[in-house]
Design a protein around this ligand. Structure first.
Ligand SMILES: Nc1ncnc2c1ncn2[C@@H]1O[C@H](COP(=O)(O)OP(=O)(O)O)[C@@H](O)[C@H]1O
Ligand SMILES: [Mg+2]
Length: 318
């Protein structure tokens, strides 16, 4: 989209929403709104809480900047509604959003495209019920979850974000408790091999790699607390990797973004193991968008300021 066309448009920043990540989204949305306003765009902030459809009809926006995290705002539902209403929007489309939000679906697509990822097993709540019943009757199966790879494991809900419900389990005795807690968020749980190494996140914008950041939490892993408590995590730009390893991580991240068919800005989470091999954890289709969030930090280190990043995202909308 050309700059002069964008200047004529009424931009609606969708923020808030009803997901568990509402608070984070309000912050992202406010930062996006303030920056676009200071750049003199015609912009309104829209809380995607109740009756989003009704508000959108009233506001008559020409384009939506989606700053929603989690739930309907990130899983393709809001994207579908905007398509039906004929409103172009930033970021990934319906299918890519849905695939990226569901870690089981992501993994199945990654298998097809040979994207490296940790060994995993998907566990459905119904299987656990069956296993319990079999264990009670004393027949084969037992209580033990079999994955085919050794502990430690990372146990996580399939459709959450922000590390909600993610636990590292070091021995068998912790498995059932972590599974139970992960199932409190939904029907599907991912059990993954724990990869020891450096955590790196790569930012992608309109099919180009912007760069990456190394995330070094002071806690055991990049948990909810480590993500949202100031000073709990060190962010190192660029990541402390050999050039060849960093290039490999960038290529892998771009391949993951493209495998899911993503558009606009994404942030790909990876672990680089001690042998310097990259493993993709997930693709975030609506990365945090405050000025100090990771994708804006990565963009800044690539010479792209916050305002410019936002206009590039908007101009990337077809
Ligand atoms: N297989 C793994 N090996 C090592 N650490 C992991 C693994 N999976 C997740 N983690 C840790 O948990 C965090 C959250 O996991 P992630 O899969 O990115 O879920 P979320 O969608 O909640 O961000 C990661 O940033 C990382 O610190
Ligand atoms: Mg993550």
């Amino acid at each position: 989209m050309r700059e002069q066309d964008l200047r004529k448009m009424k931009i609606g920043v969708l923020l808030g929403g009803r997901s568990a990540e509402r608070e984070v989204s309000l912050k992202s949305g406010a930062a996006v709104y303030n920056s676009l306003r200071s750049l003199k765009y015609n912009v309104v902030a829209i809380d995607a809480g109740e009756d989003l459809c009704g508000i959108l009809k009233k506001q008559k926006i020409d384009i939506a900047f989606i700053a929603l995290h989690g739930g309907h705002g990130e899983n393709g539902a809001v994207q579908g509604m905007l398509e039906i209403m004929g409103i172009p929007y930033t970021g990934s489309g319906i299918l890519s959003s849905a695939l990226a939000m569901d870690k089981e679906a992501t993994k199945k697509v990654f298998l097809y495209h040979k994207i490296p990822m940790p060994a995993f097993k998907i566990v459905h709540a119904s299987e656990i019920m069956t296993r319990r019943k079999t264990a009670k009757t004393g027949t084969a199966g037992g209580e033990e979850l079999k994955t085919g790879f050794p502990l430690p494991w990372v146990i996580k809900p399939a459709t959450e974000g922000s590390s909600v419900g993610v636990e590292i389990v070091k021995d068998r005795s912790g498995v059932n408790g972590a599974l139970k807690r992960a199932f409190s968020y939904g029907e599907k749980v991912i059990v993954e091999k724990y990869i020891r190494g450096k955590e790196v996140q790569i930012g992608i914008l309109n099919d180009n790699v912007l760069g990456g950041v190394e995330v070094k939490p002071s806690l055991e892993f990049y948990s909810y607390e480590a993500k949202y408590t100031a000073g709990m995590t060190e962010y190192i730009l660029p990541p402390r990797l050999r050039e060849k390893t960093y290039d490999g991580a960038k290529q892998t991240a771009l391949a993951a973004h493209q495998a899911l068919g993503c558009s606009g800005a994404t942030r790909v989470d990876l672990i680089i193991d001690v042998k310097e091999n990259p493993f993709v954890l997930e693709v975030n289709t609506i990365p945090g968008m405050t000025e100090t969030s990771l994708l804006p930090k990565i963009a800044e280190s690539a010479g792209i300021g916050f305002g410019e990043l936002l206009t590039k995202i908007l101009r990337g909308v077809c």
